[in-house]
Design a protein around this ligand. Structure first.
Ligand SMILES: [Zn+2]
Length: 458
């Protein structure tokens, strides 16, 4: 790997169409996995392909000495489907470089950051071939499917992973290419599908209207009851025990380069409504929420159809913050739905997935909590390296999104994550014309190479 060219490697990696959710792309999955595995093997890692019920996981180790610090690098080799293909300005799986960006599905999420980590290791090894650092790679192929195989993987590899000190993840965002964010929390997620059944079939509203309870009316009322007038969630116990906000978190957010007006303009909305005294930018980070994602029933065609519909449905998800137990929140929502359902209709609720939030207090940011020494140093190395190569200190912020596997890592192996955000809003993640900033990629390689080399000072 004397002449590893990060940009060329990323181009090759993008060319493997590794869409995990579509069996047409099995070859792309195999080839992407083999490509990364062979690079890791080439730089001295002991690579194992861990089979799962669906897509195998790349597990690679460079274990030198149990007394050295030990980091885990997590990433995923699968990508989102490229559809709708007609909206791409270039081929989705043929990388194109334009205006300082590399375009292609997966260029940012998560192939770019994976190449950053690899290039940084190669760079660090060039400076110190005997780098006193144990490194474990976990690169899964099912992240875009919700990481269903990871729990079994954690069971099997618990011993090996739990002996590490921390992990680095670059699967989160920063507001622009100058201001890197280290994500300190990810929200959890709860899913529920609700069906309300009334009469066996649609009824004539002229013959029966006024006597029969209408499932759509009932569902609308129940759904409306889930929030208070101020927008807060109206379910007893929903906010119970949530993690308090520390003063340093509010200070960091003040430096975030986006104000409410710019946020409104970005979303093309006239106004924002955030409950419980939080500003909109605070609410999406510090507060849990409940959203109806879809709702329907009855006649949806052209014109009028005078019926009392037999069924109504709604899809509900909650975003959770630390301190909320996801299974409990799912119960609370389900109980509220049941309590508020009148007789005359039948309520069916399907529980979807649920995942806890994840949060970490960077040791240097808190005077109340103590992390491990290695974790504390790792945060410091990261902070210093980002300031050196991006000419600005990183911001430490909670994020509204969810990466359930990160909470699972913590829950099942005890590992905390330093999440260095390498995505920017221009990247178009999960959408057509996904791209990755090339200058940021090279700066990030320098950052991670410095971080890895710094571990020799521990
Ligand atoms: Zn991702």
């Amino acid at each position: 790997m004397e002449n590893f060219d990060a940009l060329e490697a990323l181009k090759s990696y993008i060319r493997f169409p590794s869409v995990s959710t579509d069996s047409k792309f099995l070859d792309g999955m195999d080839n992407a996995r083999e490509y990364i595995s062979s690079i890791l093997e080439g730089i001295g890692f002991n690579v194992q392909i861990v089979s799962t019920e669906c897509h195998p996981i790349i597990y690679a180790e460079r274990f030198i000495n149990k007394d050295y610090p030990h980091i885990v690098l997590y990433g995923h080799y699968d990508v989102q489907p490229a559809d709708p293909l007609g909206l791409w300005k270039s081929e989705a799986f043929e990388p194109v470089i334009k205006d300082g960006r590399i375009y292609g599905r997966g260029s940012a999420d998560n192939k770019g950051p994976t190449i950053v980590h690899i290039a940084a290791i190669i760079k660090a090894f060039k400076q110190n071939a005997n780098l006193p650092l144990n490194i474990t790679y976990v690169i899964e192929g099912e992240e875009e499917m919700g990481s269903p195989s990871m729990p079994k993987f954690f069971d099997k590899y618990y011993e090996r992973i739990s002996r590490a000190d921390l992990m680095f993840v670059s699967d989160t965002g920063s507001p622009n290419t100058n201001q890197i964010v280290i994500t300190t929390a990810l929200r959890g997620l709860v899913e529920l599908e609700v069906k309300l059944k009334g009469p066996q079939g649609d009824l004539h509203s002229g013959i029966h209207g006024g006597a029969v309870i209408n499932p759509l009316h009932v569902l609308s009322e129940i759904i409306a009851s889930l929030h208070n007038k101020d927008g807060s969630v109206n379910i007893p116990g929903f906010y119970h025990g949530i993690q308090e906000i520390e003063p340093w978190e509010l200070n960091e957010l003040k430096q975030y380069p986006l104000d409410v007006d710019a946020y409104k303009a970005m979303l093309c909305v006239e106004d924002l409504h955030s409950p419980r005294g939080f500003s909109p930018l605070e609410a999406v980070r510090f507060e849990p929420s409940l959203e109806v994602n879809g709702m329907g029933g009855g006649y949806q065609g052209e014109g009028t159809k005078t019926i009392i519909p037999s069924q109504a449905f709604a899809k509900i998800t909650c975003r959770l913050v630390s301190g909320q137990e996801s299974a409990r929140i799912q119960d609370l929502v389900l109980n509220a739905l049941e309590d508020r359902c009148p007789s005359g209709v039948q309520l069916e609720v399907r529980r979807g997935c649920h995942a806890n939030a994840y949060s970490i207090v960077p040791p240097h940011k808190s005077c109340t909590k103590q992390g491990s020494k290695v974790l504390e140093k790792a945060f410091k190395f990261t902070d210093t390296a980002i300031e050196k190569h991006f000419y600005k200190k990183p911001l430490y912020l909670r994020e509204g999104g969810s990466i359930p596997v990160i909470a699972d890592f913590k829950h099942r192996t005890g590992l905390d994550a330093i999440m260095v955000g390498l995505f920017t809003p221009q990247d178009n993640l999960h959408a057509p014309n996904e791209s990755f900033d090339i200058k940021l990629m090279y700066q990030a390689i320098d950052v991670f190479s410095d971080i890895f080399l710094s571990f020799s000072d521990i």
